[in-house]
Design a protein around this ligand. Structure first.
Ligand code: GLU
Length: 370
């Protein structure tokens, strides 16, 4: 499955999928199947952020605004009424999976200004750390045309960049990128992989079809550009069939944009930039050598454990003389590392009563200092 190596995922769900074009009602059953797919991924350890559109579309129906073009203040009113309804439905579906949903409404300044960006990032990180799923939309009630993203494709890309996600999935009403708009041109050919977003690629994109969509392929490519530059792979896939997330890579096709830097580099930059560390692992000479040749940190090499930390926390790694060698994400809690320190990976299950990873810090999760 295409998402098998994904650790942190942003899923953007477009209005066209969430709101029925004729009745303007929120597609309750469709959301339910997506939530089931998301819950499965979360159980597999993937951290997930949802960027959900649909507030304005849902508000139109709640406020009985019909299909006319809305003025700014009418759109803002629609978003206010629709957002609460939309989040309620998402929340209701996740309750069945015992998942806590947390709503965040952002304006462009929250992603573009450093201080606010850091604030938003910390909140999302904290929510992920607490095991919840942040659900994000643009704060459409306070944004005006000049200062809004206007489309959630780019918002989702900025969020993916902000939290160093390794995958951004844009679920849409089209299965991916074509050489031309397949709705208008029958010779349009499907493109399953894009390694570089060249001007030729951009020329292939068309604007959104009428209805509830905002962005079309133009903003999807802009989003892909932002995210791939941040080391995040981007997948555009057809979200219309039920369980489209679970089907991804198994059935149907999709377009994948290859990240410009590898996600592990981006992840490593993020690990290296950690502002605080929850503990220190002191390692023996054999382990120092193993790390120096690109190996992972195994329990056998741990000499001492300081601090109190949980699985997934960033810890410092030092040698026996106390020299700091680097830092990394620990796959076990401090209490568990103390139990398995100095022992073979094969003994982990017997010592802890469960079979965790063989490595205390996997080499992908480790950054050594020069
Ligand atoms: N933020 C808008 C809404 O929730 C949607 C933007 C988009 O569809 O990309 O209605």
């Amino acid at each position: 499955m295409i998402l098998q190596d994904t650790k942190r995922l942003v899923i953007k769900v477009g209005s066209a999928l969430l709101i029925d074009n004729t009745s303007h009602e929120i597609k309750d059953n469709w959301i339910e199947t997506l939530c089931a797919d998301i819950a499965d991924l979360k159980r597999d350890g993937v951290e997930i952020v949802i960027v959900s559109s649909g507030a304005i579309g849902a508000g139109r129906s709640v406020l009985k605004q019909g299909t006319k073009t809305l003025r700014l203040e009418e759109k803002q009113a629609a978003a206010a009424a629709g957002q609460i309804r939309l989040t309620n439905i998402w929340q209701e579906k996740f309750v069945a999976h015992e998942i806590v949903l947390a709503q965040i409404l952002l304006t462009p300044s929250d992603t573009e200004q450093r201080r606010r960006h850091l604030n938003a990032r910390n909140t999302i990180e904290t929510l992920l750390g607490l095991g919840s799923i942040p659900i994000i939309n643009e704060n459409d009630t306070v944004t005006t045309e000049e200062i809004r993203f206007g489309d959630n494709d780019r918002l989702a890309a900025r969020v993916a960049q902000m939290i160093i996600a390794d995958t951004l999935v844009l679920l849409s009403d089209i299965d991916g990128l074509y050489t031309a708009d397949p709705r208008k041109d029958s010779t349009a050919e499907f493109i399953d992989e894009v390694s570089e977003i060249t001007p030729d690629i951009k020329n292939m994109a068309s604007e959104a079809a009428p209805g509830n969509s905002s962005g079309g392929m133009v903003t999807k490519l802009a989003a892909a550009e932002i995210a791939t530059r941040a080391g995040c792979q981007v997948i555009i896939a057809d979200g219309r069939p039920k369980h489209s997330l679970a089907r991804l890579g198994l059935e149907g096709r999709f377009t994948r944009f290859i990240p410009i830097e590898t996600s592990s580099n981006a992840r490593k930059r993020w690990i290296a930039g950690a502002v605080s560390h929850a503990g220190v692992l002191t390692i023996d000479e054999g382990a120092v050598k193993a790390l120096g040749t690109g190996g992972s940190l195994l329990p056998a090499g741990i000499n001492n454990v300081e601090g109190s930390f949980e699985r997934g926390d960033t810890v410092i790694v030092s040698d026996l003389k106390g020299k700091r060698l680097g830092c990394g994400i620990c796959a076990y809690s401090a209490a568990d590392v103390r139990m398995i320190a100095g022992r073979k990976s094969g003994d982990i299950e017997e010592l802890l009563g469960y079979q965790g990873r063989d490595e205390i810090i996997h080499r992908d999760d480790l950054v050594l200092e020069d």
